[in-house]
Structures are given as C-alpha cells and as structure tokens.
Ligand binder design. Sequence first.
Ligand SMILES: NC(=O)c1ccc[n+]([C@@H]2O[C@H](COP(=O)([O-])OP(=O)(O)OC[C@H]3O[C@@H](n4cnc5c(N)ncnc54)[C@H](O)[C@@H]3O)[C@@H](O)[C@H]2O)c1
Length: 435
Amino acid sequence: MEKKIAIAGTGYRAVTMFGRMLAKYGSEHRARIVALYDPNPVRMQAAQRLMNTEAALYDDFDRMLRESGCNTVLVTTVDRFHDEYIVRALKAGYDVVTEKPLTTDAEKLTRILQAERDSGHRVTVTFNYRYAPYATAIKEFLASGRLGRIATVQFEWYLDTVHGADYFRRWHRKVANSGSLWVHKATHHFDLVNWWLNQEPEEVFARASRQVYGDQGGVRGERCSTCSVKDACAFAFDWSDPVLVALYREAEHVDGYWRDGCVFSDQIDIWDTMTGSVAYSGGTVMNYALHAYTPFEGYRAIFTGTQGRLECGVLETVIPEGTTTFLERVQHRVSPDAAPATFPLASDGTDRFVFYPVFGGAEVIEVPRTIEGHGGGDERMVLHWLDADAPDPLSHRAGTRAGAYSILTGIAARESVAARRPVSIGSLVDLSLLN
Ligand SMILES: NC(=O)c1ccc[n+]([C@@H]2O[C@H](COP(=O)([O-])OP(=O)(O)OC[C@H]3O[C@@H](n4cnc5c(N)ncnc54)[C@H](O)[C@@H]3O)[C@@H](O)[C@H]2O)c1
C-alpha cells in the first residue's frame, strides 16, 4: 500500500530530514507527502517550497485528517504539542510516526498510551541514533554476551557551542516546551542505553545546573538581530543559511518565533549541565552526564561487565583553536587535528571501540565512519520505516514502550533535581499501560 503522509509541524526537521529523504526515496518505496499542517502559514508555504512538494496545505489538523486522503500521520511539531496530534490522529484511526521525544511529561504520556491502546493503531518513535552503524555495532557486541553481566555504564554526551547553544535560543529553552534537555535531548541517550542493555530504568537520582547559558551569562539583549553587543558576542547567531531565513526570519512576524533568541536570556529555565545515576531492571547502574557547551561533540560509553570492559566513543565535531565567532565555529567544527589525544577523531574512515577481556588483552572493533545525519542514523531509519516488511533482528523499530521508558528516565531526573532525592519510574505512570 502506498504511504500517504500528512505532516503536523513543518519546521526544520520536517523539511531538512523527512522532506529530503522522502524526495530521495519516496517514489521507489511508494511513499509521498500528501498534506502539511502548521499554525504558521508563512513557514508552511516555505516548507512546501523547500520540500518541492505539491502537498495540500491545511490550517486545521482535523480537517487535514478528514480530507487529505492521508493514511499515516507524521508529527514533527514542538515537543509540548506531540501528544495533541498523536492522540487526535490515533482517535481518528491513523497510525502515527512521531519525532522524539514521545512527549514531555507523565500526564501527556498516559493520554498517548491510553489512546494507542483504545484505538488499536500504532505509534512509531523515530529513534534515529539506534540506526547509526556505530550504535548498532555496540548493540551487536553487547547481545553476544561477551561482557558477562554488565555491572555499570559510564555514559557522557557532549554538545558543542554550536549545537548545544541552539537549544538556548528558541522554544527548547523552556521546560514547558521541551521537557528540558533531560527529555528533549537525553531521550536519545536513555533510549540507546535501554536498547543496548535490553533493560528498563527503575530509579533515577540526578542533579542539574546552568553554568554557561541563561542567567549565568548576564542578559545582553532579547535576540541577536537587534543586540547592541552582538559584534563582541561569541554566540551571535548567523543567518547565512537561506533555509533558516525562509523558515524562521521571514515567518517570524506571524507568530513571534525568533530563531536567534539570546542564549543568555533570563527566560531560560532548562539546564546546561546534567548528571545522574540510573538503576536498571537487570541490575546495571549507569552514571550519566550531559553538557551543552563542550569543545567537541559526541559521546563516550564505557560498559564494565564480569567478563570484561567495552570502551566506546564517537567524536562528531571538534572546535579548532582560534575560532572566535559563532559562524567560524559553524564552518570549522570538524577538525581532526584538534581532537583530544585520548579521543581522536577518526580521519582514516573508521570509528572503533575496544573490548578489554577481564584477564587481559584488547580487541579492537572497527566500524566504518558515517558522518551524515545523526551518525548515519537518519537515512537508515527512514528506509526501515518505508519498508514495513524489512527484517528487524536487532529490534531497531521503536514504539511507545521505548518512547515512554526513555522519557520517563528524563522526567524522573527532572523530579529528582527538584526534590533532591531518588525518583522511581513506577511512581510516574501506571506501568501496566506499557504491557
Ligand atoms: N530525531 C532527531 O534527531 C531530531 C532532530 C531535530 C529535531 N527533532 C524533533 O523534531 C521536532 C521539530 O523540531 P524542529 O527543530 O523542526 O523545530 P522547529 O521549531 O523548526 O519546527 C516546529 C514546527 O512546529 C510548529 N508549531 C508550533 N506550535 C505548534 C502547534 N501548536 N501545533 C502544531 N505545530 C506547531 C512551528 O510553527 C514549526 O513549524 C521536535 O520534536 C524535535 O525534538 C528530532
């Protein structure tokens, strides 16, 4: 059956990932975008142009469902609204594919789980990082059992001052919109760990702070475009990308959505520094850290088991010495020469991780480097979605159960930060809804 896709939320992700992928692979896989919905008509028209699609434009989501002839709904709106569109689409009788995070808090999650159960339709969550060849190779290795019983995971994620700063410019900067980076960003990381270990989180103890952005930097202006100190600011936004201009600057008069909000705004209430400990159903304990202002971007994951230790790490970007402006960092953020000696950026076309058996030795596992969207995950994920009959031996496909457990870890972390005590996952939702 041809996939006729209706998209809710026509921003950057819809255009630059799904739009491009469907333009490239849609006809071969019998899938096309038939309708777009976004409350900002100027952004929606720009999206239609940029995606080079003749999809019909709607200013009413329910009418789109009734009239467009779609059979699949793709949700790519702001995180806080995911639940609205997922639930309405399920109730109207559609399968849904949603961007991560599934949603932002436990009450919204409960509504989604109940609607999925009542409707009999399915929600797929787009965990693209699972599909990155490196993450897949870790999954394969751990599934082999060679580590023995996995006692601990050390997992650090690094966001640099290009990508990391971006979350402090716009809607993500408010917990109410994104659930904070504990949910918006860490949903990827918590999902990877759940999937890698084949375990579920049970309890979280966390701390978080703002060290660089928000009130830490002193308020400078509301937005870069009109800021009097922008020429001296290392974070001043750069508008040279025409896609950003079309989607945001030319559409901002409609809804007041600024793409270049000040990263030092005192309106920011998310954290840029997050650490926590997560206990899992199989007895593993993870120590996790996320920083949004590091000199490089990527992650390190170390698994210690009764039979050995697996040391993994991917470096996606490195900021070279001497970059003073945001634009310079955007242009030069992949610099193998500047990579830390302990964590080199692969310049020979491979990434690698190392298995150290407990009684000595080292085995290097090489993985071809993929630098395209999210470590090569985006394209592989879309192709797997489009080919419903493709085998799934490592369980890459993810639904609400995985979507829920990954955000529940972050929601529990948020509560733990506020309450200064461990928070159990079972205290947040009725876990029987996940069976
Ligand atoms: N999987 C990934 O790696 C990845 C990467 C980037 C973004 N995302 C996700 O994609 C989604 C969109 O992110 P983005 O960067 O494109 O954001 P964006 O701000 O560019 O786009 C969001 C769109 O939602 C629209 N919108 C605002 N309020 C709405 C409402 N009430 N109802 C419907 N639409 C509304 C906006 O007008 C905008 O067009 C987010 O959920 C984000 O987490 C995922």
